[in-house]
Every structure is written in structure tokens, then in C-alpha cells.
Design a protein around this ligand. Structure first.
Ligand code: CUO
Length: 685
């Protein structure tokens, strides 16, 4: 790795420590011009340490007034307009450099004055979004900020071990410290807490990392279909959350739409903000949202939120929103090519982002909900409490209230969608092609039987923890997973020529909470995308095989610090296209039930000619095309009621318990659950 790349990588190490502290185990020393530390330079300079000189830029901070308004040590809430404005200010600065040394020196010169999470966010954004740095990757956010993902209790075990071995003969201590974190000894709940059974999913490192990455990538104002994809990604997350609730015999999530009533679901995250005693706020059960002014954020009023909600409803009924210049802005999805679609206008105003037509009139409703719940435990700031996890995109998904809030958000989008003209058959039916059947197969298991279970992901957290030790500190994070499987799709191309097509695969539970089959409308919001890819059909019968591990909506594991140190991808390596915004592969299917759980598969095949030309993105990210929306047409996925006329569904079931040690080096990995896909094919006429 060259020095420039090293310098950039180690700006991600120990984000809470001043830059002058040596990094990379003492092999990198940043020296600020005019503030050189001779003692450190002498100590490290003679032992092969790379010296990184950071030029002094005395005026640079005066260009960052919004950033300077965000104190160090507080969580970054990109749901709040002021924090959001600060991220924009800093990303604009860091997007300027056209070469790596310039980016490294710009970033290094401001690091110690910036809020830590803001700095990492903006630097990550610049690396991912600036085409000049196409082959550069950012290390896993879990390794950069372990305390956002791993409870303090578990981190404390590692700290205790570090202290304890200092009293022993250092010659004889193990090379590394390894601490397990198992979902069944999860500290954030008890059997008395009805939401606790879902903790393994809500607190999954991959889920939360996905959400952080997605908001990072989609803070880019130039994103195609930004408002729509904000709605779609969260809608998909909600569908999968309900899969998981049904798997655990819990009812589907209920909207948080009454803001003057208690919120029954409390949440105690047990996470610290900065590896110290500062922790994310706890929310007891049955707290009531109030008028509040906290965390140096602007006042947030429930009556404002109610007013803004009514204005959205009013706009949907009338078919237009009111621009800040007073003009009416139509919000229809039936627009001429090149015109902005209503869903994007609504999404931009609701999130809101810089594309909002009128933030004064429609507010920042989605963000307000996050901040309202995040501040509920100390609404007036009398106790200087820090916000709850729902205020930070890296931690928000841990909180049960996140899903209740996003159910409300999804309901608003549904209200908009219901005002739109349904697709016509001709937009959905691809006459030339017929799907005959869909099945799945997993290894030696019976056809249409899938299995889920638990596995371990080891992450090295030493780079993000403040306590100093040369030993790697590793955490073994237990997580849901499944055995890989393959789809088998039988398709007939009735044309005499080959045809290029897009294949989309979806899945949904078949029965409701009472075990009764759902109507298609009842099931509609439970469909989640499993895969989307392009292929060519030959004339006549075709057999399409597709591996679950190739799913374009999922991502492989992120690059670790160690990967980037030892084996950084070169320009042109497909790994270098990684942006991190896709769904975690290990959560592709739900846990299911011990006695089995029925699901269904839906295959949609559409004409590639209609879909192509919609690929957009800075990185050619082949993964996660759904989350990024790079394939268009039906990826909004909302009007399935019409799709049924030409497509088919295939029931699935989810079951218990076999052992499997193959996917982990731990002997106690247990596959406890099983997904069964029945071979019966149902045609929906
Ligand atoms: Cu991702 Cu509300 O937007 O959490």
C-alpha cells in the first residue's frame, strides 16, 4: 500500500483520538505543520514509521461554520436539518480534491476540530462518490465505530481482558483477545419484553451497517429517483421486519401515528457514543412525545407534525404540492419522459432532502419523527441527555419504535400511491414470455426446502476503540443466516428470436398472524425483493438457474481494515466497486418457525428493452441494484394487484433444527430453523 493510501486509511482509525497519537500500531505518525511533536517524531521516526505531514490551513475552519456548530462527542443525526446541512458543508469541501494526497491532507487538517461521526461520514462520502477515487474503499463502519454496534457490556469484557493481561507476563499472553457476543445473551431485553424476540434481527450488525451506508450513499443530491428510492428501500425493510415478526409469532408492526399517546415499546440500547461513559439515551416504556428542544436541535412540536401530515394528505387529494415560490407542483407519476415524477417530489419533501419543494410548508416530517422519539427521554434537555439510537442512522434500526415510525412513513407513501392511476395490463404483461414454474433447491435438502440458523462473524474492533493495545481485539457476533440455495425458473420464450429480459424475484409470507391464507391485497406490502438480474432467453423452453449468493440486492461482507491493509483492491478489480449500500446476504430470508412457515415466491420477467438505459450511479455497483434503483420500471413494486394476471406464486414454508458446522469455524454453530419451499405452483389468474 502506498503512503497516500495508508494515510487515508488511518484517518478512519480511532476516530475519537487526536491525530497526533500514532496510528497503525505506531507505524504512521501524522505531524501537523507548526505543531510537530519532536519527542514522538524521535521515538517513532527511527523505527520505520511513515511520517505524514499535515499542512496547516488556518482559514479552513472559517469555511465550515455549520460543522463547527456540531459539538464533538454527540451522535450525528442526519435526520435533523442542521446536522444534515453540516454534512453537506463538509462533503462539499472533501469532494473538491482531485487527487488522493490532497484529500488526505484536507481531511487530516480538519479532523481534530470536527464531530467524529460527521468527519467519518463526510470522508466516506467523498471516497465513495468522487470518481477520482473509484478504486478506494472505506473500512467497515462496524470496525470504525464498534461502540455503535456492540453493547458496552461486551466491549467492557475486552477492556477487562486487556487490563488483566497487563498484570501477567506479556510474553505468555495470547496474540489476540476474542470476545463472543451471542444473541441469546443479548443485554437489551428480557423475556418480559414482548419485543425482545426480535432483538437478534434489529440489532444485527449487517442490518444497521446497511442502513448507515444507504443513507450515506443517498445523501448525494444527484441521485436519480432519490425520493422514490427513499420510500422503496424503507418499504422493503418494513416488509422484511414483518416477515421476522411473523416468524416469531408476533403481529405485524403498527404505525406510530398518534403522537399524543404513550409509546408502549421502550428501548435501552446499552451502547456508548464514544467508547466512554457517554451513552445513547434510554427510553422507558410508555413515554409520551412532547414539545421539546434538545441536543442543540431546533424546537420540534407535535402540533407541527400533525399540521405537516395534513398538508401531505391535502396535496395527495389535490394532486399537487405548493412550491415555496407559491406555484402548484403536480405530483403525478404519469409524466412525460424527463419530467420529475410525483413520487420523487413527495419523497424529497417528506424525507426531507435538499430537493424539498417547500420545507417551510411541509416541514421535515420524516426526520421530525426520528428526532421526536430520539429526544423523548429528556425533552427539554434538563439532564443534558444524549439522543436515543433512533436519531442516528448507524443505530436507528435497533429500536422497535423505528419500525413503528417507518410504518407511518410507509403509510403516507401508500396514501400517495393509492391516488395514482394503476398500471395497465399492457405495462405489466410481457406476452412473448411465460413463466412456467419456480422452485428452489438447497444442497442435498428436499426441493423447495430451505434452512436458516445461526453463524458467527468475527470483526476486529481494535481500530475503533480508544484503549491502547497492540493486540487485535476481536468480537464474534452471532447472527441469523441460511444455507445458500438456487432458484430454478422454467420459462418459455414464444418468439422465434432470443430476447433479453430482466428477472425479478420476490418473496412474501402466505398466511397471516392467525395462520389463515392472506388475500393478495393483504399480502401486498409483505412482498420483498430477493433478486433482480438480466439474462437472455432462447426461443422455446428455458431453464434459469440463479444462486441466492448472486443476489443483486445483497452485498458481500465489507472490506475490513486488515483486508485494506494487506490486500487493497486495485483499479478495475470488481471489489473496488463496492459501495456498501446493499442488503446483508445473511438476512436474505427470515428465521421462520420451528414448526414451519409458509412463504411464496413470485417471479416477474420483463423486457430488458424497457428497462435498460436506467442504470445510474457513480460506482458501477453491480450489487444492491434494488436499493440503489439502478434498474427501473417496476422496481417501485407497489402496484402488484395488476401483476397477478400473468405471473405465478410458489409457496414456501419455514421449519426447525439441524446442526451445521460447515459455515463457521465454531463447533457450536447451530442451524435452528428451516425454510421450506413447497413445490406446488399456484397460478394467480
Ligand atoms: Cu432510514 Cu428514517 O430514514 O431511517
Amino acid at each position: 500500500m502506498d503512503d497516500d493510501q495508508k494515510g487515508l486509511l488511518y484517518l478512519f482509525e480511532r476516530p475519537f483520538e487526536p491525530l497526533k497519537i500514532p496510528r497503525a500500531g505506531g507505524t504512521i505518525l501524522f505531524q501537523q505543520e507548526g505543531e510537530e511533536d519532536e519527542d514522538l517524531a524521535t521515538l517513532f521516526g527511527s523505527s520505520g514509521t511513515t511520517m505524514m505531514n499535515v499542512p496547516s490551513r488556518p482559514n479552513i475552519l472559517s469555511k465550515l461554520p455549520k460543522c463547527m456548530g456540531i459539538p464533538r462527542g454527540v451522535p450525528l443525526s442526519t435526520f435533523d436539518p442542521d446536522h444534515r446541512a453540516a454534512t453537506k458543508e463538509l462533503t462539499d469541501l472533501l469532494m473538491d480534491p482531485v487527487a488522493l494526497p490532497q484529500l488526505t491532507s484536507h481531511a487530516a487538517s480538519i479532523k481534530d476540530n470536527m464531530n467524529e461521526a460527521l468527519f467519518i461520514y463526510a470522508l466516506s462520502f467523498a471516497i465513495i462518490s468522487n470518481p477520482a477515487f473509484d478504486s478506494r474503499l472505506v473500512p467497515s463502519i462496524v470496525e470504525v465505530f464498534p461502540s455503535k454496534f456492540i453493547p458496552q457490556e461486551t466491549i467492557q469484557l475486552a477492556m477487562d481482558e486487556v487490563k488483566s493481561i497487563q498484570f501477567k507476563n506479556p510474553e505468555n499472553v495470547p496474540e489476540e483477545i476474542v470476545v463472543p457476543h451471542n444473541v441469546d445473551i443479548e443485554p437489551t431485553g428480557s423475556s418480559q419484553n414482548p419485543e425482545f424476540p426480535l432483538a437478534y434481527w434489529r440489532e444485527d450488525y449487517g442490518l444497521n451497517s446497511h442502513h448507515w451506508h444507504w443513507h450515506l450513499v443517498f445523501s448525494n443530491n444527484d441521485r436519480d429517483r432519490k425520493g422514490e428510492i427513499f420510500s422503496y428501500m424503507h418499504n422493503q425493510m418494513m416488509a422484511r421486519y414483518d416477515w421476522e415478526r411473523l416468524s416469531n409469532s408476533l403481529d405485524r408492526v403498527v404505525s406510530l401515528n398518534k403522537w399524543r399517546e404513550p409509546i408502549p415499546e421502550g428501548y435501552f440500547p446499552k451502547l456508548t457514543i464514544d467508547n466512554s461513559s457517554r451513552h445513547y439515551g434510554n427510553r422507558p416504556d410508555n413515554m409520551i412525545p412532547q414539545v421539546f428542544q434538545v441536543f442543540a436541535l431546533r424546537p420540534n412540536y407535535v402540533d407541527d407534525m400533525e399540521r405537516f401530515t395534513e398538508r401531505f394528505s391535502d396535496a395527495f387529494q389535490k394532486g399537487y404540492m405548493i412550491h415555496e415560490n407559491g406555484e402548484n407542483v403536480p405530483i403525478s407519476d404519469n409524466v412525460a419522459p424527463g419530467e420529475q415524477r410525483g413520487i420523487d417530489i413527495v419523497g424529497n419533501a417528506f424525507e426531507p432532502n435538499e430537493g424539498s419543494v417547500n420545507i417551510g410548508f411541509y416541514g421535515w416530517l420524516h426526520g421530525m419523527g426520528h428526532v421526536m422519539v430520539a429526544g423523548i427521554h429528556d425533552p427539554f434537555g434538563h439532564h443534558r441527555g444524549d439522543q436515543g439510537v433512533i436519531g442516528d442512522p448507524a443505530t436507528a434500526c435497533r429500536d422497535p419504535a423505528f419500525y413503528r415510525w417507518h410504518k407511518f412513513v410507509d403509510d403516507v407513501f401508500q396514501e400517495y400511491k393509492m391516488q395514482q392511476v394503476p398500471y395497465e395490463d399492457k405495462e405489466l404483461v410481457f406476452e412473448a414470455v411465460e413463466v412456467e414454474s419456480v422452485a428452489v433447491k438447497s444442497g442435498t435438502l428436499e426441493e423447495n426446502v430451505l434452512e436458516t440458523g445461526w453463524d458467527i462473524r468475527t470483526i476486529e474492533a481494535s481500530r475503533g476503540l480508544d484503549f491502547f493495545t497492540q493486540r487485535p481485539i476481536k468480537f464474534e457476533l452471532q447472527h441469523l443466516t441460511h444455507r445458500p440455495f438456487a432458484y430454478n425458473i422454467q420459462v418459455t420464450n414464444n418468439q422465434t428470436d432470443p430476447v433479453d429480459v430482466t428477472v425479478r424475484l420476490y418473496m412474501a409470507p402466505k398466511v397471516n398472524e392467525a395462520g389463515e391464507p392472506m388475500t393478495f391485497m393483504d399480502q401486498r406490502l409483505l412482498w420483498a425483493e430477493m433478486d433482480k438480474y438480466q439474462t437472455t432467453l432462447q426461443p422455446g423452453s428455458n431453464t434459469l438457474e440463479r444462486l441466492s449468493t448472486d443476489s443483486s440486492i445483497t452485498i458481500a461482507e465489507e472490506m475490513t481494515f486488515r483486508d485494506l491493509e494487506e490486500n487493497p483492491p486495485e483499479a478495475g478489480d470488481p471489489k473496488a466497486d463496492y459501495c456498501g449500500c446493499g442488503w446483508p446476504q445473511h438476512l436474505l430470508i427470515p428465521k421462520g418457525k420451528a414448526e414451519g412457515m409458509d412463504f411464496q415466491i413470485l417471479a416477474l420477467i420483463s423486457d430488458w428493452e424497457e428497462d435498460k438505459g436506467q442504470i445510474q450511479g457513480v460506482r458501477n455497483c453491480l450489487m444492491a441494484t434494488a436499493s440503489r434503483g439502478s434498474l427501473g420500471l417496476t422496481s417501485t413494486g407497489y402496484k402488484f394487484m395488476k401483476i397477478s394476471s400473468s405471473k405465478q406464486l410458489n409457496p414456501i414454508l419455514i421449519n426447525p433444527s439441524i446442526r451445521n458446522n460447515s459455515s463457521s469455524n465454531r463447533n457450536d454453530t447451530i442451524f435452528k430453523e428451516m425454510v421450506t419451499v413447497k413445490s406446488l405452483v399456484e397460478l394467480i389468474k
